[in-house]
Each structure stands twice: as structure tokens, then as C-alpha cells.
Design a protein around this ligand. Sequence first.
Ligand code: IPE
Ligand code: IPE
Ligand code: MG
Length: 253
Amino acid sequence: MAKVDVVADVLEHYADSIPQHVGIIMDGNGRWAQQKGMPRVYGHKKGVDSVRAAVKFARQVGIKSLTLFAFSSENWKRPEEEVSGLMDLFMLVLTKEIKNLHKNNVKLKIVGDITAFSAGIQKKVASAHELTGNNTGLTLNVAANYGGRWDIVEAAKSLADKVKRGELESADIDEALFDSHTQFAEQPDLDLLIRTGGETRISNFLLWQVAYAELHFTPLYWPAFNALAFAQAVEAFAGTERRFGLTGEQVKR
Ligand code: IPE
Ligand code: IPE
Ligand code: MG
């Protein structure tokens, strides 16, 4: 099936059940490359094509927020050569892709503790945020040096600071307020979480946000993930009855 058809097919059949916020754990780059007798970094480079395809698909079917796990707070522990390869790639992508994202009205948000990155990357991130900050199309969150526990701890800290300054009573903290202090404030709830590469774990991704998300695991390595694979995840999502604690009968009513 040609790629255009994949989008048209999704819009024809599932227009009413497009997930608003999709998170993707882009896993399997290293194994994909090793299977081809290539170094792991080759897999990361090829993974950028899949990122482009996923962003395009998300825009075309009308997903509001797409959150991609690019680098976890634990990934620093990888061999130095791989970490620096990933950093170079991050820098290159931030430089090369930003104009095209902007042209397509995409709002780019890097989520994670970016203070750990080089000054060059931090500058690129700041200018990317500035350039695309007012865009109204897809919000593309790229999680870099991100950890779900970090996100929760940061939210707790900023609430604690407000209590300390007397701006807030601790009794006023509820789930909605807590949510508005996470990295994804003002974005739709996470509807669908996809993980490529065959593992069935969360690896410290969106821990707070995953509460009622549908989980979709695919054995495809990230560089092999394309619009068709994304469409299949959306199709599975559309076919699920989300009950949020209710009975099936209640949901139907
Ligand atoms: C995911 O692919 C990308 C990052 C973690 C940066 P991996 O590099 O984890 O690939 P595998 O899981 O080892 O195959
Ligand atoms: C999760 O993949 C992080 C990213 C995709 C960026 P990992 O490959 O780091 O996860 P584990 O180590 O298999 O749990
Ligand atoms: Mg992995």
C-alpha cells in the first residue's frame, strides 16, 4: 500500500477515534544496525527517517501531540562513543529539520533536563523553541535526557516552591494541578503509547501520563517503523473500548 493510501484509509475509517496524544518509545536502533553488521550509530541515523515519517503521519491524521523518546536519563551510561554519536545526531537534526517543521506549523518542544547538554545544543533548542513556539499545528515533544520520575519530581518541586512562597496551600494540590506542573501541561492526556523493538516495558518514559493510555507494542525495530505500522497502532487504538473504570454497558450508554 502506498503511503498516501495509509493516511486516507485511517481518515476514512477512524477519523472519530484518532488519539490526541501519542507517545513513542523509539527502541531497537542498535539491534537493527547490528543485524545488518553495522555499528549501532548507523541505526540511530536511520531512525531519523522513521521520525520524519511518524511526524508526517501524525500531522496528516490530525494527532495533536506526538511525544518521542529520543534519549533517556539512563542512556548516558552507554559507551562514550555511542553517547557522543547520539549528541552529534541530535545537533544535526535540530539544525537540519527545524525549518521544515516550522514550515509545517509544527511546534517543537524539547522535554527533559537540557542543562546536561552542550552549550551548542542548548542554543539550538532555545532558538527552535522560539521559532516554532507560536505554531498551532502538531506539538512535537522530543524527550531528551528525560525520565518519567524526573518529570514527577520537577512538578513536586515547583509545587513545593509555590507553597513555600505562600502562593498555594498544600491542601489545594489535586491531580489536575499536579498535571499542570508536569512537562506536558496544557497538552491532551496521553491516549496511546507505542513501543517498538519488542520489549514490553516503560523504561521510565511517561509515568504520570501513562495512567489511562492504551499500550501498543510492536516487534519492529524503530528504523523499520513506518506510516503503515503507525496506522496499525491507530487502528488497534480505535478498536479498543476505553472504560476508565466503568463497565462496558455504562460506556455504551
Ligand atoms: C533506541 O534504540 C534509541 C535510544 C535509546 C537512543 P536502542 O539504541 O536502545 O536500540 P537497541 O534497543 O539496543 O536495539
Ligand atoms: C528507552 O530505550 C529509551 C529510548 C528509546 C530513548 P532503552 O533501550 O534505553 O530502554 P531499556 O534499556 O531497554 O529499558
Ligand atoms: Mg533499546
